[in-house]
Design a protein around this ligand. Structure first.
Ligand SMILES: [Zn+2]
Ligand SMILES: [Zn+2]
Length: 168
């Protein structure tokens, strides 16, 4: 059930804001708004569909992160994230958003992809990307092999604790 914040009046439900009060002193600014997440999810899908890395880049925070500190191919900026996607595209990887949902942490996209398998034909696969949204931008990309742990992370909101089922 939706409840309105007693301090500022923002309407909240399920860890998201349904309405935004517009007060500059709003105490709920850290809580993602459902409508803006849904708009971003549509923009992510469109960017994948069009293979438009510039459009995708506009959704990213300047210091967007992808991969743990121990990952060899970790990204710590918008341009590193874009370069990584560009390398995958030029290696022949094709990806489309096949499903997307929103939650307190941001946007969870199910990506259907095919990667070239050394001349043996395309190899299809599925990966889940949790796009963690802060301040209206994607601040972090967190990949998951399975939907269960990805959904749990989407619902848990802000990052913290262990992330079971995570892909590096
Ligand atoms: Zn508010
Ligand atoms: Zn509030």
């Amino acid at each position: 059930m939706a409840t309105s914040c007693p301090a500022c009046g923002c309407l909240r439900e399920g860890g998201l804001r349904l309405t935004v009060c517009g007060d500059p002193a709003c105490c709920c600014q850290e809580i993602n708004a459902r409508t803006s997440l849904e708009r971003m999810a549509a923009e992510v899908s469109a960017a994948f569909q069009a293979r438009d890395l510039r459009a995708f880049g506009e959704l990213l925070a300047d210091d967007a992160r992808w991969g743990d500190d121990t990952a060899s191919n970790r990204c710590r900026s918008r341009s590193e994230v874009i370069d990584t996607f560009r390398r995958q595209l030029s290696a022949g990887v094709e990806g489309q958003v096949s499903a997307a949902e929103v939650g307190p942490a941001g946007i969870l996209c199910q990506l259907a992809f095919t990667s070239p398998a050394g001349g043996a034909g395309a190899r299809p696969g599925t990966v889940f990307h949790l796009y963690r949204v802060r301040g209206g931008r994607i601040a972090e990309i967190e990949p998951f092999a399975d939907r269960g742990p990805a959904l749990a992370a989407l619902g848990a909101g802000r990052r913290g604790g262990r992330k079971p089922g995570k892909r590096s």
